[in-house]
Design a protein. Structure first.
Length: 517
């Protein structure tokens, strides 16, 4: 028995020594380890590939959606556009946020998305999440901006209102140009009351028979308000220089066409000093013709007005670099904005009848004291009526050498129409002075609101954005301005306290002046 155990032990020891010496099967552990590593690398590759595939899909969807949403010609809600793109590819659950910023001439859309690719092999290594995140942004900005600032300077703007308007409008100019690229933005200022004083340079571009040099207003017939253009060859009448409101004992003071140089139109300027000085120098007075202000403001934005620009450049009134303005709006690279402000409503616009616009009158003015007398053929020796004593004489007061016979523009430069009608016609000749008054003066009243809405519609149809500001205006004025504006969102009912913030709000949206996508 003992011998058998010894023999078995010797054989086992011999077998172990043989196994130790035998090299067969020594690569098996290494092979198993290598196989495991290959499986791990392959699994990681699959997880990474799935991660990258998801990332690319997310990124492409983001890029396409924000580009579509940011287009300025996109009329749908930008956020809804992005949501719709993700919904179409069944990835709505991955969309985290959409941010939209937009203004007059720009729209910016950014979006973020995130997804868990749910790794299969990484979980063996303790990695339960393998998230993919993507973000994208698109922006379209228009870099050419043209603005017409149409400002009410009627009599009701006196006092606190004009004092509030001036700094608000000056700040508007500063804000508009603050971030603009040089040569990209121009502003025209169109002050208006009963008329619009074009100034000599702008009026010279039209076929107007000049009858005086006191002011430069043009009478526009009803049929020109259906468009934003104005013929350069059609014959127009220069509005007379006269005061239709002054009383029967009044010298001329409040003229239908504001003669002050500070009230002249400023065209296509990028000079902030010039523009702000023009606002500072505005002089208020007279009636309100919103229709005329909008017509001239829209005209200065119409691309058909480039011949006018060429004429103004020749006269040194516009910088030559703007010879291509007003620009075409169809390029998609230009925005045109008309900002119209009023504190009132359309009122009567006056004009002189043909017999009293020009030529010599029968009225004399004494050189020494400015007293008036009138000649009237009474078939006798006493044909001159002196206002000073209310009687007839053989010569004008001061004699023929001490007085001057006046033209009709000179007459109305000195005395109001009511003064002339009463003192120089009704008193010496008899009859109602109102009959004499309306023999000299005609007016436009009932058609002014319809003219305003016609030109507002024409401007909006041409692509001009209209912002309307009713500055403490009466109900009819508010209604007219709101109807003129591009939409209710483009209409402001402003008070003295917030007029500055209204102008700043509008101008802030115009300060983004570069096109990037």
């Amino acid at each position: 028995m003992g011998k058998d155990r010894t023999l078995i032990s010797a054989r086992l020891e011999s077998a172990i020594r043989g196994f130790r010496r035998n090299e067969d099967g020594s690569l098996l552990p290494f092979g198993l380890m290598l196989l495991l590593l290959m499986l791990m690398v392959g699994g990681l590759a699959i997880d990474v590939m799935r991660h990258e595939q998801k990332r690319v899909t997310l990124q492409q969807t983001l890029d396409r959606s924000v580009l579509a949403a940011a287009g300025l010609n996109q009329t749908l809600d930008p956020e809804e556009v992005v949501n719709d793109y993700f919904d179409k590819v069944s990835m709505s659950q991955y969309l985290k946020s959409v941010t939209v910023e937009q203004g007059f001439n720009f729209r910016s859309v950014t979006a973020e998305a995130e997804a868990d690719t749910q790794p299969m092999f990484m979980q063996m290594m303790g990695v339960d999440q393998f998230n993919v995140a993507a973000d994208s942004g698109a922006e379209q900005r228009i870099n050419n901006v043209e603005v017409s600032l149409v400002l009410d300077i009627s009599g009701s703007m006196s006092g606190s209102r004009i004092n509030a308007l001036r700094p608000a409008a000056r700040n508007f100019i500063d804000t508009v140009f603050a971030n603009s690229e040089e040569g990209r933005t121009t502003v025209s200022i169109v002050p208006y009351n009963a008329q619009v004083n074009l100034g000599p340079d702008l009026m010279a571009q039209f076929n107007v028979s000049k009858i005086h040099d006191y002011s430069y207003c043009v009478e526009l017939p009803d049929d020109v308000f259906g468009t934003t253009t104005l013929s350069l060859s059609r014959s127009f009448i220069q509005n007379g220089h006269f005061d239709p409101w002054g009383g029967t004992s009044s010298t001329a003071q409040d003229f239908n066409c504001a003669p002050e140089t500070g009230n002249r139109v400023i065209t296509l300027s990028d000079n902030t000093t010039t523009l702000k000085n023009a606002i500072t120098n505005l002089v208020v007075g007279g009636n309100t013709s919103i229709d005329l202000g909008v017509k001239w403001g829209a005209l200065l934005l119409d691309a058909n007005s480039r011949p006018i620009t060429a004429g103004l450049i020749q006269r040194g009134a516009v910088d030559a670099q703007y010879s291509n303005r007003p620009l075409d709006i169809v390029s998609g690279n230009t925005i045109k904005v008309l900002v119209v402000m009023t504190d009132g409503e359309n009122t009567t616009e006056y004009k002189l009848t043909s017999n009293y616009r020009s030529g010599l009158s029968n009225i004399y003015r004494r050189n020494s004291n400015g007293r008036a007398s009138m000649y009237y053929n009474r078939s006798g020796s006493y044909d001159y009526y002196w206002v000073s004593d209310g009687s007839w004489h053989s010569s004008p007061e001061g004699g023929t050498s001490g007085s001057a016979r006046l033209t009709w523009p000179e007459v109305f430069n000195y005395w109001s129409v009511q003064y002339v009608a009463y003192q120089l016609m009704s008193r010496p000749l008899g009859g109602s002075y109102s009959n004499y008054y309306y023999d000299m003066v005609d007016y436009v009243s009932s058609t002014k609101n319809s003219r305003l809405q016609q030109v507002c519609t024409a401007a909006k149809n041409s692509g001009i954005i209209i912002y309307g500001i009713a500055f403490e205006a009466p109900s009819n004025g508010r209604a007219q301005i709101q109807a003129c504006a591009t939409s209710d969102a483009h209409y402001y009912a402003a008070t003295n306290l917030d007029i500055a913030s209204v102008f700043h709000s509008i101008a802030s949206q115009l300060s983004y002046l570069r096109l990037t996508q």
